[in-house]
Design a binder for this molecule. Structure first.
Ligand code: ADP
Ligand code: MG
Length: 681
């Protein structure tokens, strides 16, 4: 049996896809409950309690209790010491998973052989790998780890027909996450995610405890917050008062402290007013994500609430007021994540189970970078290879040329995860050592590939002339302070990429422009890595440079708005190749001209002669045609045969992603002309 497991910070849930009724179903635990507390208790007699029993002990204060350990996944500094043993968050998660699995097996009478496990979208590489290992220690195959908001969206959208852009608003106990997902027939595509990981239900609790302490202080002149034990007790109690306010209009809190006793009432209205700043903080995160994606609230069709804190009635009310639309009513606030994981597990079945094929396209919440040296050679920098919110799987190949005269036989590559240009503001994920290449000292070239797999897990591989090289992981040194210092002598230099996109703007393109713009926009966004430069050219009977070379893909995507047919005449008497070649001339790195056309050009012989000049200048021409374009002509101007592509408007996006892959792999006729830009350690 395959299951989906929501391995939560406070509660966990197991679900499976019920083929008879064609829907995901929760498998209750041995207490007949849908949710199992993510709590483990080590008793003094050596017994270990997990779940419901452990939670009871937590309240009673017996034994050593481990809770919320998911927050420390992948962090080697975290340990729970009990019975002479030290337990990492990964080990604790493994124990919890084992319990969840054995309960589910007992309940269903079936053996669980594989599972899809959920993780927060912001989990980094360490945390994802630790989650996979925790699953494997239970003896189940981890089919996939999936982001929680993605799973929630799958559960909500897998059998819906309509095209919708859904905002998944996940307000948990200590974190807030927002994710935008496009749902259409059988397609669940995540387009962006962001969050605030110190904002959650606990902040609402704190508002209640603050309010009553202030009242107490005014009445008796002493502040319960000055006493740690009293303060802690009040914070825990406040969570319950908060839940009371979810159900009723007011709550009365009694505090006994320092020989005094006070009784205070808080109405829901007071609570709402005093916590509005917290909701506004979630709004800021939503607004930022929506505008980062070039969208507005008008583009959001539905809002999907996930996480226990969205039960507070002011949450949907607030969202309705800012979004100007109704929040999707669904009762699965706590269960949607597990159900989505169960559906995903079912999709991994080879047999036909009656579940319609669902395509899931996810993204990464963090940029992946390589440790490099700044162009002036003075600092180490995080050079971003794959930007956050890129679709996964994703890979970028970066060519490195070993400095001439350097006879090194090993190259150290450090991967970083984060958004900052400063390496130590990011996670130093891994160190790998590339060996086994031949180096004649004449500027040998190595290609290093940085990759996110579909689970958002990072790997690095390396190639020389297309053949794989040995890549050995080594522990990241304890002390990486040197990344803040001045770089040592460089071994290699990365190769930049340059692409000029030439778009046919003749009259026949008028009904194709929307598709063309969207394909180009995805293409440049996917390739943007801080060093890749793009240019945009339009052509018809004349030629126009719409944007000259820039590393900022946003400049290009916004320029796409200016593309209009007939700007340079109604026909195609001009060839853009010469103009593009001039834009590329003298630039370090690989050079490509990408031509997109839907018709037959007036001066074909001239275009072919320009294409030959490009070839001689080590500039690859890739020619993409659709509709009335002539494949034979495309082949004449493309530098290599695979660089001539005849496609359809529908497949334009796919075609462009094939080209992006080719650019990263240095194929389709790309030849390197390398100049020193930044260095590899
Ligand atoms: P996480 O995913 O972070 O473990 P959950 O989604 O389980 O968190 O949500 C836990 C949070 O939801 C806690 O802050 C809890 O107080 C809050 N919560 C749960 N039920 C309610 C309720 N009925 N009213 C208000 N808050 C609630
Ligand atoms: Mg959650």
């Amino acid at each position: 049996m395959k299951v989906g497991i929501d391995l939560g910070t406070t509660y966990s849930t197991v679900a499976r896809y019920d083929r008879t009724n064609s829907r995901p179903d929760i498998i209750n635990n041995s207490f007949e409950k849908e949710l199992t507390p993510s709590v483990i208790c080590f008793l003094d007699n050596g017994e270990i309690l997990i779940g419901e029993d452990a939670k009871d002990m937590q309240a009673g204060g017996a034994g050593i209790v481990a809770a919320s350990f998911k927050r420390s996944m992948g962090d080697d500094r975290f340990a729970v010491n009990a019975g002479g043993e030290s337990y990492s968050a990964e080990m604790l998660s493994g124990m919890l998973l084992k319990k969840l699995i054995s309960d589910a097996e007992a309940k269903t009478g079936q053996k669980i052989d594989s599972a899809v496990i959920t993780v927060p979208a912001y989990f980094n590489d360490f945390q994802r790998k630790a989650t996979i290992r925790a699953g494997e220690t239970c003896g189940v195959k981890v089919l996939k780890i999936i982001n929680e908001p993605t799973a929630a969206a799958i559960s909500y959208g897998y059998n819906r027909e309509t095209n919708k852009t859904v905002l998944v608003y996940d307000l948990g106990g200590g974190t807030f996450d927002v994710t935008l997902v496009k749902i259409s027939k059988g397609n669940i595509q995540v387009i962006g995610t962001d969050g605030n990981h110190v904002l959650g239900g606990k902040d609402w609790d704190a508002v209640i405890s603050k309010y009553v302490c202030e009242q107490f202080l005014e009445e008796f002149g002493v502040d319960p917050r000055d006493d740690e034990a009293a303060n802690n007790e009040l914070i825990v109690a406040s969570e319950n008062y908060k839940k009371v306010l979810t159900k009723t209009d007011s709550v009365t809190v009694q505090i006994r402290f320092d020989g005094n006793s006070g009784k205070y009432t808080m109405t829901r209205e007071q609570f709402n007013t005093r916590t509005e700043f917290l909701l506004n903080a979630t709004k800021d995160v939503c607004n930022k994500l929506i505008s980062d994606l070039g969208m507005s609230w008008n583009d959001i069709d539905e809002i999907l609430l996930v996480g226990g804190s969205t039960r507070m009635p002011q949450v949907p009310a607030f969202l309705e007021s800012i979004a100007g639309k109704k929040v999707a009513a669904h009762s699965d606030t706590d269960l949607a994540v597990a159900k989505g994981a169960a559906i995903t597990a079912e999709l991994y079945c080879s047999e036909n189970t009656g579940l319609r094929e669902v395509q899931i396209k996810d993204i990464t919440a963090h940029s992946l970078g390589a440790l490099s040296v700044s162009p002036d050679g003075k600092r180490y920098v995080n050079e971003i290879m794959i930007t956050r919110n890129s679709k996964v799987p994703a890979s970028v190949r970066k060519a490195f040329k070993i400095v001439e005269g350097n006879l090194t036989d090993r190259i150290e590559v450090y991967t970083l995860q984060g958004e900052s240009r400063v390496p130590l503001d990011c996670y130093v994920l891994a160190k790998v050592v590339v060996t086994g290449f031949s180096n004649d000292g004449n500027g040998t070239q190595i290609d290093v590939e940085y990759r996110y797999d579909e689970n958002g897990v990072v790997s690095v591989s390396a190639y020389q002339g297309g053949a794989p090289l040995q890549v050995n992981p080594e522990p990241v040194p304890e002390d990486v302070e040197w990344m803040n210092g001045a770089p040592t002598a460089a071994a290699g230099v990365p190769v930049a990429k340059n692409v000029v996109i030439c778009v046919d703007l003749s009259r026949s393109m008028r009904n194709s422009m929307d598709d063309v713009k969207s394909a180009i926009s995805d293409f440049v966004t996917g390739l943007a890595d801080g060093t890749t430069r793009f240019g945009l050219v339009g052509f018809g009977d004349k030629i126009g440079i719409i944007r000259d070379m820039t590393p900022d893909h946003n400049t290009i995507t916004s320029a796409l708005g200016d593309l209009k047919v007939n700007t340079y005449g109604r026909g195609t008497d001009a060839s853009p190749l010469g103009t593009a070649l001039t834009m590329l001339s003298g630039r370090p790195g690989t050079k490509m001209i990408l031509v997109l056309t839907d018709g037959i050009w007036g001066k074909r012989d001239f275009a072919v002669s320009e294409a030959i000049t490009c070839r001689n200048s080590k500039t690859a021409v890739v020619a993409v045609g659709f509709a009335d374009a002539d494949f034979a002509f495309l082949k004449q101007i493309a530098t290599v045969e695979e660089g001539a592509i005849y496609t359809t408007l529908n497949k334009l996006g796919d075609t462009f992603s094939t080209i992006a892959t080719a650019i990263n792999a240095g194929s389709m006729g790309l030849r390197e002309s390398v100049e020193v830009k930044a260095r590899l350690r």
